[in-house]
Write a protein that binds this ligand. Structure first.
Ligand code: ZN
Length: 59
């Protein structure tokens, strides 16, 4: 079985907390995204703006 598919599930460093995470959206890990959503701070506004820029999601 080939194990050379490097397009999925590579741990990368979260830009917010610095931890390694398999799941990230515009640089934030899943934990940070959860925290941002709950806190609804300026951080979250910035995150949403970056998601919008990355994915073209209408807000
Ligand atoms: Zn994080």
């Amino acid at each position: 079985m080939s194990d050379d598919d490097d397009t999925t599930a590579l741990p990368q460093t979260c830009v917010r907390c610095g931890r390694q995470s398999l799941l990230r959206i515009v640089g934030r890990c899943a934990d940070c995204i959860g925290e941002l959503g709950l806190a609804a701070t300026q951080d979250y506004d910035g995150f949403r703006a970056e998601v919008k820029a990355e994915f073209g999601v209408k807000g």
